[in-house]
Design a protein around this ligand. Structure first.
Ligand code: SIN
Length: 374
């Protein structure tokens, strides 16, 4: 139809200007459809290509006033809008957005986690994708990042970030976290370091990082300190992750279509053994017992925990303290009860790891050595 317009105009001795205007219209309408939006914004071949996957969270949140720092709705703003608010990223990379979910990260489940992980894996295989950034709610960022760190088979940088304040707030932290994530994702030094988490000017290993505050901008900490810092648009690394990740693990996301169910039981004063039994009856394959202190099991809970193991669930003792390793056969009779212990992983990270380990083995000795390994 557009072509006919030009021919008609020529036949009517239309001005050259008219023909050019029609050609321009065709280019504007059809080129993006045929070649995609990247044709319009030509890539800078000297810069890495980064895909930014949006999943929701506070970084995509909006409050009704700039004074709403903690009261807001999360997962509202599309990733392309979040990207558009940080044009400075164009100085370090060619970026494009992809919206996979628009959810608060508390709503991640195995299905969503696997969908995200498979998409990241597919993108990492594309030769024209150099790095991935994932914007994610902060609440479960440590779990998603640990899972990806253990299962992705690539040494390309994968950088995750979130925000503690919505974009509408005074002193919103999302734009700088995103810019810093782009700096890290574009840095050749980020290659081969596993999944990285960038928050509040720091670069953390996905293995170690955990959220330690419900509100503070300085919410993310690693037990052994961050791997590095971002200062004035440059990533500085000072440490390396010691534990196996990505290419060096036996877990391959492309082989994983479902995960065994693993639950966490959180201990406290005056527990009800029936509650533990009820969780175990839900059909899980493993149970993380987040014990007090060194993963201690209350005397009145011991029989219930033994029954969980006798029922077939793998029982892993972890600690609710937030740091320190759980000592095997220290206070508890792990050999006798056929229980396993975590190394230093917190209960939610131990849950993630156990679900992967259970894909490989149900032998408790092997499970123990894999929990120590990662
Ligand atoms: C969420 O985790 O989705 C909400 C909280 C946040 O992103 O900080």
């Amino acid at each position: 139809m557009a072509w006919k317009l030009i021919v008609n105009q020529c036949g009517n001795h239309a001005s050259r200007r008219g023909i050019l205007a029609n050609l321009l219209t065709i280019a504007i309408v059809f080129v993006p459809i045929v070649f995609g939006p990247e044709m319009i914004h030509a890539r800078d071949v000297t810069k890495p290509n980064i895909v930014i996957i949006g999943t929701g969270g506070t970084i995509a949140g909006a409050g009704s006033s700039a004074a709403n720092i903690s009261a807001y709705e999360s997962a509202k703003v599309a990733v392309d809008k979040i990207i558009a608010a940080v044009p400075e990223m164009g100085q370090v990379a060619n970026v494009r957005g992809e919206q996979i979910f628009q959810i608060g990260s508390e709503s991640f489940n195995d299905e969503r986690l696997l969908k995200l992980a498979h998409r990241v894996s597919d993108l990492l295989k594309q030769p024209d994708v150099d790095s991935i950034i994932i914007t994610h709610g902060t609440d479960t960022l440590e779990e998603t990042s640990y899972f990806l760190n253990l299962t992705l088979k690539s040494d390309k940088p994968v950088v995750m970030l979130g925000a503690m304040r919505p974009g509408t707030a005074l002193s919103a932290d999302g734009p700088l976290n995103l810019y810093n994530a782009a700096v890290v994702a574009a840095s050749p030094e980020s290659k081969g370091k596993g999944v990285l988490v960038v928050m509040n000017d720091e670069i953390h290993s996905a293995r170690d990082v955990t959220k330690t505050s419900s509100l503070k901008v300085d919410a993310f900490h690693s037990l052994y300190g961050p791997l590095g810092l971002i200062v004035e648009s440059k990533a500085y690394f000072y440490r390396l992750p010691a534990r196996a990740h990505t290419l060096a693990t036996e877990f391959d996301i492309d082989q994983i279509q479902a995960l065994p169910k693993v639950d966490v039981f959180y201990s406290h004063v005056n527990m009800d053994p029936a509650a533990l039994g009820a969780i175990a009856a839900l059909g899980g394959k493993g149970l993380i017992y987040a014990g007090t202190g060194n993963g201690a099991v209350a005397d009145y809970m011991e029989d219930a925990l033994k029954r969980v193991r006798a029922g077939g669930d793998v029982v892993v003792r972890a600690t609710r303290t937030g740091s320190g390793i759980v000592v095997r056969n220290g206070e508890e009779k792990d050999d006798e009860n056929d229980w396993v212990v975590t190394a230093d992983q917190n209960p939610q990270k131990a849950r993630m790891l156990l679900s992967l380990v259970l894909l490989k083995t149900t032998d408790t000795k092997e499970i123990q050595s894999l929990l120590y390994k990662y």
